[in-house]
Design a protein around this ligand. Structure first.
Ligand code: SAH
Ligand code: SF4
Ligand code: F3S
Length: 478
């Protein structure tokens, strides 16, 4: 009988990709996916340490498994990813029934480690060197990029795929744990990335989302010279079958004019740029060690809008960072009003032990104030998102159809028409009724209603296809 695997994933797109690759490698060993931990004989958690909340969630899930393990000692329980790298032995101390703790740089070992655990090898810890525990080269080597050949069946949709172009981060923003859990910044060779993209395209993939913590810092040097993100995009653009190229997350200081002109000139590049500002106060940005001022960010944003007028720009913010005063928070509100992001992800500061922020500054903004600031900033952003989306009323936009919407999956619609969701080139979510057969197609739809997060639309039929409107600042790229 096939082995049953249950995997739970938290964290960023890197983790979603890592889980996909781990599942693919276990499928090759004959594993099948189980819908609940109860049905599974192997339970994996792919974890995140970016905020305390993400860690708490996994420790309580582990707590719930204590019983299952006592009743069924053959179950193998593994903790993978960033929290495995950060907490290491602490995980065994808090949950002694865990069999494996595997960092993001050792994921290729997972099938082997599970097999050994099943044979009674005892608990295993496989992690990378900490950033102070070895030579630069040894530390770098201990973080291996896990990018085996892809299995199309392992992706949520065969038409879209994440593709890692670099690992790690060297920016060391003072609040952030990522550089210590994901290790030094290392770019993958362009030839490998292009080969992977070719394979994805040959399997029917239409949209590729390039991943890196600071994706626009991509830099690979060899005898042929230096390859930057702009060069890589040009190479990927040649691949037949690929229709859309997106890349996340951008670091403001590395947003070069050449990259922006490349995005403008290559029709497959989505006019969508996630470039987190984090705070609208220079003093806070300095404490965060972000490496730019609000003025420099404003200049960059103006450059984006000048070169790519249709660009949808999105941001992240941290509210309640150490010492954030009312005035400093007001400055962030003002930046959000002024910048008109398509949307922003807003987080309450969560102190991360081991970061510079934790050792230099007290986490002194009360939780109630953080919550209140979070809500206020979200309300400002949502009003802007709602207002901006109104421009799409009556417009025809091209969507890549992703699948049935969450609500229609829940209702289990079985008729001809279901609610489908898709995304525009600029990453706006569109919901419309249609046949499941449309999934994976690039399709024009007509927007008849909008909200802050969603465009509601109808499929444009061949017979009554209206002209694609052109509004100021809106290209047919949307
Ligand atoms: N590499 C990306 C994203 C890193 S994590 C970047 O540089 O933008 C994603 C987001 O989580 C960050 O942009 C930041 O807004 C938030 N974040 C990171 N550390 C945090 C912390 N300690 N507390 C709260 N939010 C945090
Ligand atoms: Fe963290 Fe800053 Fe690196 Fe992003 S750039 S991963 S926020 S240290
Ligand atoms: Fe979390 Fe690791 Fe991503 S800490 S945000 S899963 S890189």
């Amino acid at each position: 009988m096939a082995r049953k695997l249950y995997i739970e994933t938290v964290g960023c797109q890197m983790n979603v990709l890592d889980s996909e690759l781990v599942v693919a490698s276990l499928r090759k060993e004959g594993y099948e996916l189980a819908a609940t931990p109860g049905e599974a004989d192997t339970i994996l958690f792919n974890t995140c340490s970016v905020r305390q909340h993400a860690e708490d969630k996994i420790y309580s899930a582990l707590g719930r498994l204590k019983h299952a393990k006592t009743h069924n000692p053959d179950k193998v329980i593994g903790v993978l990813g960033c929290m495995a790298q950060k907490d290491q032995q602490l995980i065994f101390r808090r949950a002694p029934y865990v069999d494996l703790v595997v960092g993001p740089g050792q994921l290729h070992q997972v099938p082997q480690l599970i097999a050994e655990a099943r044979q009674g090898a005892g608990p295993r810890l496989e992690v990378s060197l900490n950033r102070r525990d070895g030579s630069q080269e040894a530390i770098r080597r201990s973080h291996e990029s896990f990018d085996p050949l892809r299995d199309p069946q392992m992706r949520p949709s065969p038409y879209q795929a994440y593709l890692r172009i670099m690992i790690g981060c060297d920016k060391f923003c003072t609040y952030c744990i990522v550089p210590s859990v994901r290790g030094p910044e290392q770019s993958r060779p362009p030839a490998e990335i292009v080969a992977e993209a070719r394979q994805l395209a040959s399997e029917g993939c239409k949209e590729v989302i390039l991943l890196g913590q600071t994706v626009n810092s991509y830099r690979y040097r060899d005898e042929q010279g230096e390859t930057r993100l702009a060069d890589l995009l040009r190479q990927l653009h040649e691949i037949d079958g690929l229709e859309r190229l997106k890349f996340v997350t951008n670091y403001p200081k590395d947003m070069t004019t050449r990259l922006l002109e490349t995005v403008r000139d290559l029709p497959k590049c989505s006019p969508y740029l996630h470039v987190p500002l984090q705070s609208g106060s220079d003093a806070v940005l300095r404490r965060m060690k972000r490496g730019y001022t609000v003025g420099e960010y404003r200049e960059m944003l103006a450059r984006i809008r000048e070169i790519i007028p249709s660009a949808a720009v999105t941001s992240d913010f941290i509210v309640g960072f150490c010492g954030e005063t009312d005035e400093e928070f007001e400055a962030t509100c003002e930046s959000v009003r002024e910048s008109r992001f398509k949307n922003s992800f807003i987080f309450k500061y969560s102190e991360r032990p081991g970061t510079k922020g934790a050792s230099l500054y007290p986490d002194d903004v009360p939780e109630t104030v953080k919550r209140e600031r979070n809500n206020r900033l979200l309300a400002i952003q949502n009003a802007i998102s709602e207002e901006d989306n109104l421009r799409f009323l009556g417009q025809t936009v091209k969507v890549l159809v992703e699948g049935p919407s969450k609500t229609s999956q829940k209702q289990g619609q079985t008729g001809e028409l279901v609610q489908l969701t898709g995304r525009t080139h600029c990453d706006r979510i569109v919901v419309f009724p249609g046949n499941r057969r449309l999934v994976g197609q690039l399709l024009p739809v007509m927007v008849y209603d909008t909200s802050a997060f969603t465009l509601h639309a109808e499929v444009v039929t061949q017979e009554v296809r209206p002209t694609v409107f052109q509004l100021d600042g809106l290209s047919s790229n949307v």
